[in-house]
Design a protein around this ligand. Structure first.
Ligand code: PGA
Length: 245
């Protein structure tokens, strides 16, 4: 696996974020083949960036799609590019709570690419979509919508995180068989759109030190996106250790 991403969401004060950064530096050694990406809250991005000294990669949790202008309360990919190499785009919490549609997500993906930030495109079906056997069409639509107009020479900078909505924060993780089916759907859709070009596919949703052992044994997965277990240095380091070994 090549990626381990920690999504701190709307947690931790600036001080707590810096404490976690220091603890993580002590618990996670510089292991180059694995890209460890921390995604602090927007508030903590700048202080984490300045104290990070290049130790970890840094990601934003969201961005706006225009580069600048009268968009009160928003922060653009163009502004973020000095601090981050990655940006989560289309997380299910953005889709569900803030009403982001595929068209918004598409503009955000393009804004990231235009500003040399790698978008981590989050996709996944809800429980009812899963129960209605709509997983395949939902994933295909989300990929198709988010990547519309993204050219072949840009696709290598895109990462896809498969995060079934029902698995996020629930303690539930898909069965290996279902996970493999979802990964296959994603790879097939990318192949349909981009031929031989491939994108890394990560899994996210209730990843912890217990289930990480099974997840790392899935060869088609290129990494993990971790929410609540990334807020604790020991728990995050255990997952990193499992990936390394
Ligand atoms: P979780 O969150 O690990 O707390 O389920 C994952 C995510 O939302 O990215």
């Amino acid at each position: 696996m090549k990626y381990l991403i920690g999504n701190w969401k709307m947690n931790l004060s600036i001080g707590e974020s810096l404490d976690l950064l220091e603890e993580l530096k002590k618990s996670i050694d510089d292991y180059k083949p694995l890209e460890v990406v921390l995604c602090p809250s927007l508030l903590a991005l700048m202080p984490v960036y300045s104290k990070n000294n290049g130790y970890f990669s840094i990601g934003a949790q969201n961005c706006f799609y225009e580069d600048k202008g009268s968009y009160t309360g928003e922060v653009s990919a163009s502004q973020l590019k000095e601090l981050v190499q990655y940006c989560l785009v289309g997380h299910s919490e953005r889709r569900q709570i803030f009403g982001e549609k595929n068209t918004d997500i598409n503009l955000k993906v393009k804004a990231c690419l235009r500003n040399n930030i790698k978008p981590i495109l989050c996709i996944g079906e809800t429980l009812s979509q899963r129960q209605d056997n709509e997983t395949e069409s939902v994933l295909r639509d989300q990929i198709d919508g988010a990547l519309m107009g993204v050219k072949s020479d840009e696709i290598s900078k895109v990462i896809i995180a498969y995060e079934p909505v029902w698995a996020i924060g629930s303690g539930l993780v898909p069965e290996e068989r279902d996970l493999n089916i979802a990964i296959e759907i994603i790879k097939t859709q990318i192949a349909f759109m981009y031929g031989n070009l491939k994108v890394p596919v990560l899994y996210g949703g209730s990843v912890d030190g217990e289930n990480a052992k099974d997840l790392v044994s899935i060869p088609q997965l290129d990494g993990l996106l971790v929410g609540s277990s990334s807020l604790n240095a020991q728990k995050f380091a255990i997952i990193e250790e499992i990936i390394k070994n």
